[in-house]
Write a protein that binds this ligand. Structure first.
Ligand SMILES: Cc1ncc(COP(=O)(O)O)c(C=O)c1O
Length: 394
């Protein structure tokens, strides 16, 4: 019997394509490929010895308990640690407002489960984070896109979207956005908050990169501008290690109740072993010094990439100027299709993500996302030179 035809599958899965990025990651893991494609942290900066030591100590402290089932909300001490960091930024967030998730990707899935019925409107940045598009597509959301530029969201588009539709969720990455690297300005955040406050929608601030600032000034968290309506997502993936698969979400009490039910049904709880090791690591090490080191490296890698782009890409190339995070975004001459470029550049062993994967609307085919954190400065220089040749001979 052939059981693989579309009619066997739920409607929700049939229209969702595999993630371009997850697919090319399989190819780019070959060591001879210079990859600017994934959002990979720099492996040399993983605190490997400290995590090994933390694992030993966690087992010594907790014994067999470490291998037992645990609670859905997540390790209380870990949640207290996260809450205390927010409190230092004057955000009134407590451990009970926090749910530990399997990375912030699971938070997006749980939000989809809790909020989205088929056809429900979700306001989303255009271009936007592919993993959020995929997560919400699975719940058959209808996307209402809002363009972003170097300042943040286009406020008149946002007004229009909010006025004409009953959207439950507004998805944002205001710090060092994926894919563009831009950040919303302070004024833009306030203007967005003002518009959302007129509605009964929730604003999601997805913030995996917020602590990776290497220049410029820290901006307001939506949690301080719009506390009743903000759902805040965080992650240890970019700051400690993505393999832990640990992140968190902060949500108002009524939403949290539903999220906990959704998480119980999804996986009972996130790995308590990983949580205990992480908490031990956070206790035993100077996390601020680790973050400063990451920011220093990523700031340098970004400059190396930026300078190489100036040297090797056509002069007409427009590039964003991120103040943190892992990505920058290039807009090439209008006649260039970066998907076509990708086919040539991968033959020459350089990978990037063509911009069209990130659009749900008004696709700009001449754009590309480049990650500067995953490769060494030497490989960044070499890869951008190769890519520059591919573009100029297009
Ligand atoms: C904006 C954004 N949200 C969420 C995620 C998911 O991260 P994780 O599940 O590893 O925390 C990523 C990963 O790149 C991201 O860029």
């Amino acid at each position: 019997m052939n059981t693989s035809t579309d009619k066997h599958f739920a409607q929700r899965i049939n229209n969702v394509p595999p993630s371009f990025i997850r697919e090319i990651l399989k190819v780019t893991q070959q060591s001879d490929i210079i990859s600017f494609a994934g959002g990979l942290p720099y492996e040399k900066l993983f605190p490997i010895e400290q995590i090994k030591a933390a694992s030993q100590r966690a087992f010594t402290h907790h014994g067999t308990q470490l291998l037992q089932y645990s609670n859905t909300e997540g390790d209380l001490q870990l949640r207290q640690w996260i809450a205390a960091r927010y409190q230092r930024q004057n955000l009134s967030i407590n451990a009970e407002d926090i749910l530990i998730t399997n990375g912030s990707q699971q938070a997006l899935d749980l939000l989809g489960k809790v909020f989205i019925n088929k056809g429900d409107a979700v306001v989303i940045e255009n271009p936007g984070y592919l993993g959020a598009l995929q997560a919400f597509q699975l719940y058959q959301a209808k996307f209402l896109t809002v363009s972003i530029d170097d300042n943040g969201m286009d406020i008149s588009q946002l007004q229009h979207r909010l006025a004409s539709n009953n959207s439950k969720l507004i998805y944002t990455v205001p710090n060092f956005q994926n894919p563009t690297g831009i950040s919303y300005s302070e004024d833009n955040r306030r203007a967005v908050a003002l518009e959302v406050a007129k509605t009964d929608s929730y604003l999601i601030q997805d913030d995996p990169y917020g602590e990776l600032r290497f220049s410029g000034e820290e901006k307001s968290n939506f949690m301080s501008l719009l506390p009743q309506q903000t759902i805040l997502l965080g992650s240890f993936s970019k700051t400690i290690a993505p393999a832990l698969r640990l992140g968190w979400m902060v949500a108002p009490a009524a939403v949290m109740k539903k999220l906990i039910i959704a998480k119980q049904a999804a996986d009972l709880h996130s790995s308590s072993l990983a949580q205990a090791i992480l908490y031990q690591y956070l206790q035993d090490n100077n996390v601020e010094a680790h973050l400063e080191r990451l920011c220093r490296y990523y700031g340098q890698q970004k400059i190396v990439m930026e300078n190489a782009i100036k040297r090797y890409f056509p002069k007409s190339t427009q590039v964003t100027n991120p103040e943190g995070g892992l990505f920058l975004w290039c807009r090439l001459d209008k006649k260039v299709s970066t998907s076509a470029l990708f086919k040539t550049s991968i033959q020459q062993k350089v990978a990037f993500v063509p911009g069209e994967s990130f659009y749900t609307d008004n696709i700009e085919k001449n754009t590309m996302r480049l990650n500067y954190s995953g490769a060494s400065p030497e490989r960044i220089e070499k890869g951008i030179r190769i890519l520059g040749n591919v573009i100029t001979s297009y």
